[in-house]
Design a protein around this ligand. Structure first.
Ligand code: SF4
Length: 490
């Protein structure tokens, strides 16, 4: 059987069409030993405009503006990650994430330095404490790759985080018993040497009330060679430890990335992916579907899909919330639920993550216990809450939903609803009498009927016509659903 994790020495993608990219195209003289050595990859990151222009066809007229962009936010692209770029495509999705473009300069006055107000929620430098039981700990100012849309551009300088500052962060967590979960992030923690990272993890693990350590990293995406046995052996000493990775495009799901994820999984580390919704990168359903399927094949759970934060200089990479909803709509029901991330908007100003979902719940009345739902095919359904227990001496009222042919159950008025059929409960489920029904235009009328006897629904196969009153209810209901409700009087 074919090894799904087999190396792609000379190509950089799982199913890439023939294109001018890959190690053989950009770096034909690099040896296997160099290519597979993460320190070589890190040292040879493309960081200057001159190097970039040697490798990619950057238009002459744009070099000056791109140089200005680099003065604002630096560039770092490992050769492995650069090799994923199609040299013929100026809109290549990998290029858009890592290569500075002139739009960053034109948009530099738009957006915020710190859109999530991380500094405002920072009790000590490097810690953001926004939610009661967990904190973010920024232990590095360096990344394998600098993403052009990064929320933390503001901290990406050359200097490492000083030891003293790291100690103060650990001390804060140790002094704050409410904190049971820490997200160790950056920058990218996994670019640190294994011993240095271990020193930090060991200090955190020594804090008795700290249950969970999570690491946020883009290393498996941009520098998968870094995930070696030494690192995995070290990490697995500090369980429960989780890792959040950051894949944005299916072309990043390479055999090398799959191998890195496999090593981490074998070290017992659950992997969750956090994607950012980016214009021109992954803002369409087929791309996002291919991405989540690629992740699932690597045993990485799609966790969050973030709306891109309004960071200074990234306006050209942002999309609308409508686009995010369209993508979730295009996934839900069309692939397994396990593959669908939670779409969130991180509320500007420090409001935290707000999940945003399409309108699957069309209405819910907690009094009647009736929820109107629609599914991925846009078909409507009604779900009812469990019935309250009824006492023998109490009058009961059945709440009956009458669903007519679409568009036929219009009007307000006095209606006689007869629901004949069988019910779950004892009794015959007949409801006669005064009913107030408000048609909602799509054929659903809600009717309250004093129960005749102690029968209650659900009742199926009933007929709710004709209706007398101001508004006609015509047509036969497709079904009648009753629910007992304790109401003292009517
Ligand atoms: S890897 Fe993460 S922290 Fe680093 S630049 Fe990219 S998004 Fe920002």
């Amino acid at each position: 059987m074919e090894d799904p994790l087999a190396s792609s020495t000379n190509t950089a993608t799982l199913a890439a069409p023939a294109a001018r990219r890959g190690r053989g195209f950009y770096f034909p003289d690099v040896t296997d030993a160099e290519w597979n050595d993460w320190k070589w990859q890190f040292r040879h990151r493309i960081t200057s405009l001159e190097e970039l222009c040697r490798l990619l066809p950057i238009p002459e007229g744009e070099r000056d503006t791109r140089g200005q962009v680099l003065r604002d936010f630096r560039m770092g692209i490992p050769p492995y990650y650069l090799a994923l770029i199609d040299a013929d495509d100026p809109h290549d999705p990998i290029l858009r994430q890592a290569v500075p473009v002139s739009d960053e300069l034109w948009n530099r006055a738009v957006g915020d330095e710190d859109p999530l107000a991380e500094e405002a929620y920072s009790p000590v430098p490097g810690i953001t404490h926004r939610y009661p039981d967990r904190v973010l700990m920024v232990i590095s100012n360096t990344c394998a790759v600098y993403c052009r849309y990064c929320t933390r551009k503001r901290i990406m300088y050359d200097d490492a985080v000083p030891e003293l500052e790291l100690d103060r962060m650990v001390e804060y967590i140790a002094k704050t018993p409410a904190v049971r979960d820490v997200v160790v992030s950056g920058g990218d923690p996994l670019h640190l040497s294994t011993p240095k990272l271990e020193r930090i993890l060991a200090k955190l693990r020594a804090i008795p009330h700290l249950e969970i350590i999570r690491i946020g990293t883009r290393v498996p995406v941009a520098l998968p060679q870094r995930i070696d046995d030494e690192l995995c052996d070290m990490l697995q000493k500090y369980h429960p430890l989780w890792i959040n990775v950051h894949f944005n495009h299916p072309r990043e799901c390479t055999p090398e990335a799959a191998r890195a994820c496999d090593k981490l999984s074998r070290a017992g580390i659950p992997l969750n992916n956090q994607s950012v919704l980016l214009r021109g990168v992954n803002d369409d359903v087929p791309t996002m579907k291919a991405l989540v399927h690629g992740l699932m094949r690597m045993r990485v759970r799609p966790y969050y899909l973030y709306q891109c934060d309004p960071v200074r200089g990234t306006e050209h990479m942002r999309t609308t919330v409508a686009k995010g909803l369209e993508i979730i709509e295009g996934l839900r029901g069309h692939t397994s639920g396990l593959a669908i991330p939670t779409y969130v908007v991180d509320a500007p100003g420090g409001g935290g993550k707000v999940p945003v979902t399409p309108d699957y719940l069309q209405g819910y009345d907690p009094v009647t216990g009736v929820a109107r739902l629609r599914n991925f095919q846009k078909r409507e359904f009604v779900y009812t809450d469990p019935r309250p227990r009824l006492g023998p001496d109490l009058g009961t009222i059945d709440v009956v939903l009458v669903e007519g042919e679409p568009g036929h159950a219009n009007g307000n008025g006095h209606a006689n609803g007869n629901g004949n059929g069988h019910g779950h409960a004892n009794g015959n489920g007949n409801g006669n009498g005064h009913a107030n029904g408000n048609g909602n235009g799509n054929g659903v009328a809600e009717v309250r009927v004093p129960a005749n006897g102690n029968g209650f629904g659900p009742v199926q196969g009933g007929v709710a016509s004709p209706a007398n009153g101001q508004g006609p209810v015509v047509g036969k209901s497709t079904w009648v659903h009753g629910r007992g409700n304790r109401l003292p009087t009517l």
